[in-house]
Every structure is written in C-alpha cells, then in structure tokens.
Design a protein around this ligand. Structure first.
Ligand SMILES: Cc1cc2nc3c(=O)[nH]c(=O)nc-3n(C[C@H](O)[C@H](O)[C@H](O)COP(=O)(O)OP(=O)(O)OC[C@H]3O[C@@H](n4cnc5c(N)ncnc54)[C@H](O)[C@@H]3O)c2cc1C
Length: 479
C-alpha cells in the first residue's frame, strides 16, 4: 500500500515526488510514457516568469510570485542550471503605453522587482528592440531553466531517496475503496491511501475515473515555436514579451539556458490532446508577430520547430484542491502557464493540503544527494583530461554539434530514471540538439543504446512506443 500515489511525471509530479521523498512515506509516481517530462514540460518557453501579469486575486498570481523566489535554492539542490536573465515587456503605441503602466503598478503591488524604461534607456540594454518600441517594463527577476532537466533531476533525486517510479504505466481506472484507492494500469493494480492527479492534459479524464460530478474539461491550447542555432550571436539577452492579452503572453523571443533563441508561441484552441504537429499558418503568424517587438532576427538560422500543448481548461485559474466529492484525492487541473514558474510553490501548496491526509514526518537518515550529469563541455582542460584517463569513452566524440562524448551518454543511460530512447538521451546531454539535429550522431546514439540496454538496434525507439527508427538490416551479417 502506498501512502501517496502521484499520476503524471511532468514538472509538477516530479517536484512533488522529490519533496515527498524527504518524508517517511511510501510514494509511487506513475507515468504513461516511457520517460519523465515528456508532455507540456518538454515543449514550452521555459521561462520563470516574475509573476507580473496573472490576474489579481488568482492562485496563478500568488503561486507565480512565490514560485519565482524558490527557484535559486531548488536548482542548487538539484544541481541544474538557472539563470535570472531578466525580461522586457514592450509597448509599441500610446494605448499600449497606458497598459504597460498599469502592468508596472500591478507588478509593484505584488512586490515584483520592476521599473519603466524609455526607448533610449531600453535600447542601450537590448539594441535589437524593434523600431516601434516606445516604452519598456523591465522585470529583472525573470529567469530561464530547462524544465525537462529539472524534472529528470528531481525524479532522479527522489529515486535516490526511496521514490518508486513506474514508466509505461498508463492509469486506466481508479476504484474508490474503504480508506484507499485501487489504481489500475495495464501492468498491474496499485493501492494507495492518497492520490495526486497531476496528469496535465489528461487530468480531467483522471478525475472522471472517480467522480460523476467532474465538471472540468481540458481544452488544449497549442503553441508553436522556431529554435535558432546557438552558434549565432544572440539577438537579445533578456526575454522579450509583447503586452499580454486574453490569449496569454503573446509571441516572445526567449534566450535558453543552452544559448539557443526560441521564437513563439501562438495560442490556438484545439480539440485533439495529441495534436502536436506544426502548422504553416501558425509559424507564419509567429514570424509576423515577433517583428513588432524585435528586429534583426536571423531566421535563416532556424534549426527546428516544435509544438507544445497547454493543459488549459475553461476557467482561467489553476485548480489545486482536494476534490470536493472524493476524500484524499488531490486535483491539479488547468496547470497551464505559469505552471513551470509556479511549480515549486505548487509543491508547497499541495504539501499543505496533504498534511491533513498523511503524517509528514521528516526522514532521519542522511539524504543521498544527486550526482550532476557529467558535461565535458563545461569542464576545464584538466578535468576533461582526468575523465579521458579514467574512461576512454569520454574521448570518443558522438555529437559533434554539441560536443557530447560516449562516456556522457553511457552515464545517463545507467542512472535512476535513466535514458532509454534517442530523445531521452537528447533531453539529458543534448546529443542531437545542435545544428545537424542528429544527422551525424543519431546512428551512433542508437548503437550505444542497443549495446548498453542489451537490445537489438531495431528495438531502439526515437521517443514514444510507436516510434521505431530502424526496420531491419540491409546487409547480411558476414562474420
Ligand atoms: C506553448 C507553451 C508554453 C509555455 N510556457 C511556459 C513558460 O514559459 N513558463 C511557465 O511557467 N509555464 C509555461 N507553460 C506551461 C507549462 O509548460 C505547464 O504548466 C507545465 O509544464 C505543466 O506541468 P505538469 O507537470 O503539470 O503537466 P505535464 O508536463 O503535462 O505532465 C503531465 C504528465 O501526466 C502524464 N499522464 C497523463 N495521463 C496519464 C495517465 N492516464 N497515466 C499516467 N500518466 C499520465 C503525461 O504523460 C505527462 O507526463 C507553457 C506551456 C506551453 C504548452
């Protein structure tokens, strides 16, 4: 019997699991996919927003401001990167200037560091602001992370300290019993005293498994992006937002912690929860919109496009509560933006609810802290030399764009929550994330995965269970 069972290993399920692994509790994390951080957490803008723009009085406003303040300590603990690179919200006409002033006062009332800059002041800091920009709201506490790296690190850390992770375990049914739940997956039934529903796009379906009164309906909002090559000199160093609208934060220019630039997203309501294909109309819209805020964007350096689906619902705000009609069942519903920025505060908020359901006694044994990934690119020459001497695989370059060695890939395969697919390797050490997008390294990554996991190369997957890469051998084995 588990004390707590979390459904969904996105950033919210992952951070909750990490926090709960500090208490004397038996915890299970069930994920339908073959890796953690595979859905909304894998495809978004990766911004730790300051909390300046959610509507006043909402949970979004409260948890975004609080969450922003928690990121420095969390990233230190998980040994992942976090940069407070700051952000500008820009106004391009007099009407927008008035709205920018309102936004400034809202930020001030919330204690969000902020100041207004005129064009001349702003251009000194960001020379590529468009010629239309007349005033800027400077938000220096805005930051950037890699949401999937944070989630993988959190789950790894939690597993080092007792979490039981079950990948490829899609929850298909939940039965309410006397004092506990039976949670059904194709691979077995789990019993748990408390359930946390953190299933993103499918959180409404999960709640419907236990409640006939479920009135929530997740309506995905699709956002599309361009990614620019990191080899170019970045056009901006801060995130650049237009003024927010009813549709969200608008089309942004976002530096990433890996030195790429993201341009996007749009916001289209769709019905298909698996509708992750780019559309030419949306990409065209993104290109047109971004020209209003930033100039000199080298669109010829686009290396890929991608799509993210916001797990939005009809109401504006996050729903984070014990279900009114199901005791010991905690819903996280409608966790769209700012769901990443707020995530550490969402964990605190859920913990508060949970403290009335199970005893939260801290473990007394010392915590096994997470070993950071071995990233040669960030090592000194002496450190690299020491790695080659210890293991020659660190001298074997697999991804030439991102300079990733065989040793780094082997390391991430053999860890808790280890990489089992080509995409999972890419998410952890960036093999395939560079200019050639895996053209050179993908066959080598497949060979390493096959060897290390003791499977045939034809069994290695790109990403999901249907994503077979190789279909057979082209030559007979002559050995
Ligand atoms: C285009 C876009 C841009 C965004 N930009 C930002 C931003 O810059 N800053 C910010 O703060 N937020 C941003 N967001 C919002 C943010 O991405 C989400 O709020 C956050 O990732 C939600 O995380 P989660 O863990 O709640 O959900 P998810 O990451 O979706 O995780 C839910 C998990 O549940 C699993 N699951 C679903 N059904 C089942 C089942 N039946 N059984 C088992 N597992 C199941 C899924 O596979 C998934 O892994 C953006 C979102 C999008 C799409």
């Amino acid at each position: 019997m588990y004390d707590v069972l979390i459904i969904g290993a996105g950033i919210n399920g992952g951070l909750l699991a990490q926090r709960l692994s500090k208490y004397n509790l038996r915890i299970a994390l069930l994920e339908k996919d073959n890796d953690v951080a595979n859905e909304a957490t894998a495809a978004n803008s990766a911004i730790i927003h300051s909390g300046h723009d959610p509507k006043t009085g909402t949970l979004k406003a409260k948890l975004n401001v609080r969450g922003n303040a928690l990121w420095d300590d969390l990233c230190k603990e998980l040994k992942v990167d976090f940069i407070r690179n700051g952000a500008f919200v820009v106004a391009v006409n007099d009407e927008e200037k008035l709205k920018l002033n309102e936004l400034y006062h809202q930020a001030q009332e919330r204690g969000v560091p902020s100041r207004l800059l005129n064009r001349e002041e702003a251009i000194l800091l960001e020379p590529n602001l468009s010629d239309l920009v007349i005033e800027v709201l400077d938000l220096p506490s805005t930051g950037i992370i890699s949401p999937w790296e944070v989630t993988i690190a959190a789950v790894e850390d939690a597993m080092n300290n007792g979490l039981e992770l079950f990948l490829d375990h899609k929850v298909t049914n939940i039965d309410r019993k006397e004092g506990y739940f039976d949670v059904t997956t194709p691979k077995g039934v789990f019993q748990a005293k408390v359930i946390i529903n953190s299933a993103g796009l499918y959180s409404d379906d999960i709640y419907a498994m236990v409640s006939k009164q479920n009135s929530y309906k997740i309506t995905p909002r699709r956002g599309e992006y361009y990614v620019l090559d990191r080899a170019i000199k970045p056009v901006v160093s801060r995130t650049i937002y237009p003024l927010p609208s009813e549709k969200g934060k608008g089309v942004l220019v976002v530096p990433t912690i890996h030195d790429n630039i993201l341009i996007g997203p749009n916001s289209d309501i769709i019905t298909n929860k698996e509708g992750k294909d780019n559309t030419s109309a949306a990409l065209q819209y993104v290109k047109e919109q971004v020209a209003k805020t930033v100039k000199n964007i080298p669109m010829h350096t686009v290396i890929r496009t991608y799509v993210g689906l916001r797990p939005s619902h009809l109401e504006y705000d996050f729903v984070i509560e014990e279900a009114k009609d199901v005791k010991n069942f905690i819903n996280l519903i409608g966790i769209d933006s700012p769901g990443i920025a707020s995530a550490p505060a969402i964990t605190e908020y859920v913990l508060d609810i949970l403290s009335n359901m199970v005893p939260l006694n801290e473990k007394t044994e010392p915590r096994i802290s997470r070993r950071p990934w071995l990233i040669l690119n960030r090592m000194t020459v002496e450190e690299k030399q020491a790695m080659f001497e210890k293991d020659s695989k660190f001298g074997q370059m697999i991804c030439r764009c991102e300079h990733v060695s065989e040793g780094e890939i082997v390391d991430v395969i053999h860890r808790n929550a280890g990489a089992k697919t080509v995409k999972a390797v890419k998410r952890r050490v960036r093999a395939g994330a560079g200019r050639c997008q895996g053209g050179f390294c993908e066959p080598r990554v497949i060979a390493i995965l096959a060897r290390e996991l003791n499977i045939k190369p034809t069994e290695v997957l790109l990403d999901s269970d249907e994503s077979t890469i190789l279909v057979g051998e082209t030559k007979e084995n002559l050995a």
